[in-house]
Design a protein around this ligand. Structure first.
Ligand code: GLY
Length: 339
């Protein structure tokens, strides 16, 4: 288990004086090999940008995101990390076989597919939608909220009306397979939302060649949840958070516990204070397991910093993630608190 002493903390977050200015440690040029606590397969890389990382085996998403960044022109508008995370998130949103995101997502206990998503760019701009129905790409609606409105979050009917005004199509997102799974759930359960399964939200983070970080998160949420339930994914700082000075983080799993600990914001702030991404995600998981009964839940975090290092950690074994970096698009296993 990772522990940090006050002495370590002060050392890691120390400031150095350069030309009379105090420079925080994370802004210093540092060519030393970063310490990686988690994944044994992962070879530490100091450079390695552009980079895309996504929760679960979303390699198709990290590939789409990386392709977007590779298509960057000389203008500053194309091939950004923002375009990348949106393109990546749209892959599982359109996949009827992914039952945790978008089209084909499992419905709530009353049979409605309700979607949550958010997006954030390197300037700190952000958009989010919650409880959105009948629109296949909530991440793109979230981006429109960010770019076309003075608001950050739109919800339910308002989000839907806005999406239609912006040219999105009304679609039935409940596939026959998901409808049958819901019918089966109703037979076996007493209308009570249970279980840690089917929270396989996609959180995705990218750093582009201009060294800018963006993130997105999109989900159909807890399978067979109560009607009206909103999870962590559209909540900035919970499901995802980016600060371009420091790094980004995103979450998957039982959103109630991510919201109660504001996990993604926590990871970014820990990195701001000198922690590596791996140290940050481990601490964010410890905050959950110290306070809550984690027997029936799973949460996984990913984090990246400006050096292109990443961290991945979950409460229980089984959390995998996709990393596209240095020409390789890999599926990796995260370390976990419970072995
Ligand atoms: N992490 C997704 C959710 O709980 O809705």
């Amino acid at each position: 288990m990772y522990m940090i002493t006050r002495k370590d903390f002060l050392k890691k977050s120390s400031m150095i004086a350069v030309g009379g200015l105090l420079i925080p440690s994370f802004l210093r040029a540092d060519n030393s090999t970063p310490k990686i606590f988690g994944n044994k397969e992962f070879k530490p890389l100091v450079s390695g940008k552009p980079l895309v990382i996504a929760t679960w085996d979303n390699r198709k998403a990290t590939e789409a995101a990386m392709n977007k960044m590779k298509s960057a022109g000389t203008d500053l508008q194309s091939g950004t990390s923002l375009d990348a995370v949106e393109a990546g998130a749209r892959v599982p949103e359109a996949d009827p076989e992914d039952h945790s995101v978008g089209y084909g997502g499992y419905p709530d206990r009353d049979g409605f597919v309700t979607l949550d998503a958010c997006i954030m760019d390197e300037k700190g701009n952000a958009g989010s939608v919650t409880f959105l129905q009948n629109i296949m790409h909530p991440v793109s609606v979230a981006r429109k909220v960010m770019e076309k409105t003075p608001h950050v979050m739109l919800s339910g009917d308002g989000a839907y009306q806005f999406a239609i005004e912006q040219g999105f199509k009304k679609e039935n997102l409940l596939t026959e397979k998901s409808r049958l799974a819901w019918e089966d759930w109703k037979k076996k359960n007493n209308y009570i939302p249970v279980g840690e399964k089917n929270h396989d939200t996609i959180g995705i983070l990218a750093i582009d060649e201009r060294n800018n970080i963006s993130g997105a998160c999109t989900t159909s949420g807890w399978a067979f949840k109560m009607h009206g339930r909103v999870g962590d994914s559209p909540i900035l700082g919970a499901g995802m958070y980016v600060d371009n000075e420091v790094g980004g983080a995103c979450a998957t799993g039982t959103g109630e516990f991510v919201m109660k600990t504001l996990g993604s914001f926590l990871c970014v702030e820990l990195m701001r204070n000198g922690r590596t991404p791996q140290e940050a995600v481990e601490e964010a998981i410890h905050r959950i397991v110290k306070r809550y009964d984690y027997k029936d839940i799973q949460v996984g975090y990913l984090a990246i910093n400006k050096k292109g290092e990443h961290g991945a950690y979950s409460i229980k074994p089984g959390f995998v993630y996709a990393l596209n970096q240095n020409g390789e698009n890999r599926k990796l296993d995260a370390e976990s608190f419970v072995k």
